[in-house]
Write a protein that binds this ligand. Structure first.
Ligand code: GPW
Length: 841
């Protein structure tokens, strides 16, 4: 490190090496310095918001010093890096996470207290970084935490959206979307105005002969937009490793505005160009498990992918290695098909710009990429009209045609004469209009394809990607079951539970090796331990009850059974099944005598989640939940026996309050539709039980914790197709209890029945695609079992402790190690070695 500074200056530089605060005193002095200088506020006028900013800046300074060292170590070690390309990173808050990962939360707590602040209030000041929709984006955030914690050389690449996912307000029971402008003050990012890339769109392609007489394609004309890098440091837990998340922001290529135009008096046009450029990174598309084929979305994808690849290639070229060594230095993981253009872009760079032969380039490309699939739902699989490609990325379309041609030729060689197979697997769908099938392109251009839970990985091999298994062989397809970071989802969200577990495990090592949780099973009969376990759950429920009161006005009893379903609102996730079940419970209670009702188990049913703004049915579901809540919560006959609440604006920081407070949570997707789910893991890790279908990771959770500790119900994935087939439209026999629920809605008990007609007719008249009626009976009966089980609190606590003890498998650390070994072929870097390279001595 020092060797790179010339001798005459070295002394001055090393003498002033910065190290970041180490104790409470230094922390306080950093906070005061930032208040008075960076924030230009007087220390006599420091409110909680300024204290948050200053504390964050003090931590950011520390992070960036570690970040510098980590990057230096990685550069010197010169070993393979992994690049995780994701259009979504649902990071949530950063301050608490940074304090805990670095191990200085106690220092910050007492420092802030001496300065007159409660650390909880300061943490609360932070606005969530909500650059994602749901599970896919949060998975990317958990992966970044694990990559840094395990010392893997890794970068994330994404887009710096000016507006993250919208803020949800509930007004008169309806979802209203409000823009989320989160960048007003964001201390966690470093603008890198010197790291920019010019990105080209539109234009035309022509062939020219180079010096050697070879024909090469030139992509010219069109317009150029500038990508500017913003870096977000990602601290690992209990390690100095601090990785980078690089987010690209779009700007007009001419800088502020086009001076040529400006000087010619074309003010409006020059400002319009600037706005058009900035639009690319302006908003996150708010769709979860749905693709809408909009031009701006494709522009976002290319902008981000091209900037990231330019950056990766630039870094590789500094090492002066031969191109064939690229896959030894670089692994790129595609988080779903959103970054699939990276495959085409790398092929373009190698062939058009670097002059490699097609085959040599293609071998490098396929050895570099891995593709993760996150859904089998047809409406979520990306397809782009060929005409749109032709217009926006003409050279890329040519390359896609060539990739397809060589691919189909290889298929023809392997399966001669099978015209229907060629049609089925072609990257170009011969529809009207023709479409580019991005998932097929991702499979053809990668060396590994993985699903995210066992059932899901089996399903993609036997359904949507079946032909590709025959073509490429089964070994190209693999499973990596999702995981979650125990740092945020146990230690940060549930500090008391983490401390109790620590007292039994002997240290916090379970946060680094989650399988150590199994040690708590030895204390299953320890009365004091069990009492404390139950007390922690209760106090987490008290905290949630307080939040419910403040945000909805509804009072709930913390000793009632808390039943939670929080996730994006989607028909396949079946919040409608849940609310129909709630109505059934309400009708049952209403029909009972006051004497009978005394035997009922009191419940609070809690919903949360956003609907995509254009998803009509999802919005109807939210409306029904709210109208049912209105009726039930104000019914004097019912009192505390049943409360129904919808928590608005569910996000990562709300999840940190909700997850530790659940007794039971609902993961009730139609079997075969939820690829994995990850909140199921979070709830169980926090001592909540779950009711769920045999879908996604629920199946593996059951295998790990034991089937006595989970409430499974409903039809199996293998039977779904036949059941759908049996629902002949029009005379489909629905469950009689569900029919009574529909009758009650149609009577107007929950407001204007017209509002909910589409929810009912989807089940009754339009084939019940999601099997709500087929699963209703078993759902209701299983909830009765939940009520019974909850009455036996001792048994319940045993189930809760046993489940947590057996959740070790679901750490994202395990998951990342599987990717590293099976897909990326990378190894962790030592953080300290004698020669300073980070490599093994
Ligand atoms: F459709 N997932 C998500 F596959 O949150 F792209 N958004 C999405 O758009 C998609 C998937 C996509 C989720 C899956 O629904 C969930 O089952 C899974 O646990 C999660 O991705 C992470 O793998």
């Amino acid at each position: 490190v020092e060797a790179s500074i010339p001798e005459p200056q070295r002394e001055a530089w090393t003498k002033h090496q910065v190290s970041g605060f180490k104790d409470k005193d230094e922390f306080e002095s950093e906070v005061v310095r930032h208040v008075e200088t960076t924030l230009a506020r007087s220390m006599f006028n420091c409110d909680e918001s300024a204290a948050y900013s200053a504390a964050s800046l003090a931590f950011r300074d520390r992070l960036i010093l570690e970040w510098n060292r980590t990057q230096q170590r990685q550069t010197f070690a010169d070993s393979k890096r992994v690049y995780y390309l994701s259009l979504e990173f649902l990071m949530g808050r950063a301050l608490d996470n940074a304090m805990l990962n670095i191990g200085l939360k106690d220092v910050a707590k007492s420092g802030l207290s001496e300065l007159g602040f409660r650390i909880e209030d300061i943490i609360e000041q932070e606005h969530d970084a909500a650059l994602g929709n749901g599970g896919l984006g949060r998975l990317a955030a958990c992966f970044l935490d694990s990559l840094a914690s395990l010392n893997y050389p890794a970068w994330g690449y994404g887009l710096r959206y000016r507006y993250g996912i919208f803020k949800q307000e509930i007004i008169d029971g309806y979802q209203v979307e409000v823009p989320d402008y989160w960048l007003d003050f964001n201390p966690w990012e470093f603008p890198r105005h010197d790291v920019t890339v010019d990105i080209q769109f539109y234009g035309y392609v022509h062939k020219v002969q180079d010096e050697s007489g070879r024909f090469v394609s030139r992509w010219e004309g069109g317009e150029t937009v500038k990508a500017v890098a913003y870096d977000v440091p990602i601290p690992g837990y209990d390690t100095p490793s601090t990785n980078n998340l690089r987010l690209w922001s779009s700007k007009a290529a001419s800088g502020e505005f086009d001076f040529q135009k400006f000087n010619n008096g074309e003010y409006e046009s020059s400002v319009a160009d600037q706005q058009r450029a900035e639009t690319i990174s302006a908003v996150l598309y708010p769709n979860d498990n749905l693709e809408r084929g909009k031009e701006l979305r494709l522009k976002q994808q290319y902008f981000w992918v091209a900037a990231s690849l330019y950056d990766i290639v630039r870094r590789f070229k500094k090492s002066k290695r031969a191109w064939r060594e690229f896959p030894d230095q670089v692994a790129i993981q595609l988080n779903d098909t959103h970054p699939t253009l990276a495959i085409v872009e790398l092929q373009r760079i190698l062939v058009d710009l670097e002059g490699l032969e097609w085959d040599e380039a293609w071998n490098i490309v396929t050895a570099t990429f891995g593709y993760t699939n996150h859904t089998v739902l047809p409406e979520a699989l990306e397809k782009w009209p060929v005409g749109l490609f032709q217009h926006l990325l003409p050279r890329h379309l040519q390359i896609i045609y060539d990739i397809n041609l060589f691919f189909l030729q290889s298929v023809e060689r392997k399966f001669p004469g099978d015209r229907d197979l060629l049609r089925r697997v072609s990257i170009i769908e011969e529809s009207q209009p023709k479409m580019v099938r991005m998932a097929f392109l991702a499979i053809v251009g990668s060396h590994k394809v993985n699903g995210v839970a066992e059932l899901h990985s089996d399903l993609i091999k036997t359904t949507i990607f079946k032909d590709f298994v025959n073509i490429f062989g089964v070994d190209k397809f693999t499973n990596v079951t999702n995981g979650i970071t125990p740092r945020r989802w146990l230690h940060q969200a549930n500090p008391r539970l983490s401390a109790l577990i620590k007292s039994k495990v002997g240290s916090l090592d379970f946060l680094k090796d989650l399988t150590l949780l199994n040690k708590i099973e030895l204390s299953i009969n320890d009365k004091e331990f069990r009492r404390e376990w139950a007390d922690i759950k209760y106090s987490n429920k008290v905290r949630l009850a307080k939040h419910i009161k403040e945000s909805t006005g509804v009072s709930v009893d913390p000793s009632a059974l808390f039943d939670v379903q929080v996730k994006r609102i989607h028909e396949y996730k079946r919040q409608q099944l849940n609310i129909f079940g709630v109505i059934h419970r309400y009708l049952t209670l209403k029909a009972q005598s006051p004497e009978e009702r005394k035997k009922a188990q009191p419940r609070v049913t809690i919903f949360g989640g956003k609907a995509a703004p254009g998803y009509w049915m999802a919005k109807q579901i939210i409306h029904l939940i709210n109208t049912v809540g209105n009726v039930v919560n104000n019914d004097k006959d019912i009192g505390d026996l049943l409360k129904v609440v919808f928590l608005e604006d569910y996000n990562v920081s709300k999840a940190e309050i909700i997850t530790p407070a659940s007794d039971i949570s609902e993961h009730i997707s139609t079997a075969g539709t939820e690829a994995s789910g990850t909140s199921n893991m979070k709830f169980v890790l926090n001592g909540g039980l779950i009711i769920g279908t045999c879908d996604g990771a629920n199946i593996e959770i059951t295998r790990e914790i034991g089937e006595n500790n989970i409430f499974l119900f409903g039809n199996l994935a293998e039977d779904v197709e036949d059941l759908r087939h049996s629902h002949t439209y029009g005379n489909h026999q629905i469950d009689p209890d569900l029919a009574k629920v529909f009758e009650e809605i149609e009577k107007g008990t929950f407001g204007n029945p017209h509002d909910f007609a589409s929810l009912i007719s989807a089940v009754r008249d339009h084939g019940d695609y999601y099997l709500v009626s087929d699963d209703f009976r078993s759902y209701i009966e299983t909830h009765a079992l939940v009520d019974e089980a909850y009455k036996n609190q001792e048994e319940w606590i045993t189930k809760s402790i046993t489940s947590v003890a057996r959740m070790g498998f679901f750490s994202s650390d395990r998951c990342i190690n599987e990717y590293a070994e099976g897909i990326w072929n990378i190894e962790p870097l030592k953080t300290q070695t004698k020669d300073g390279t980070g490599k093994d001595e």
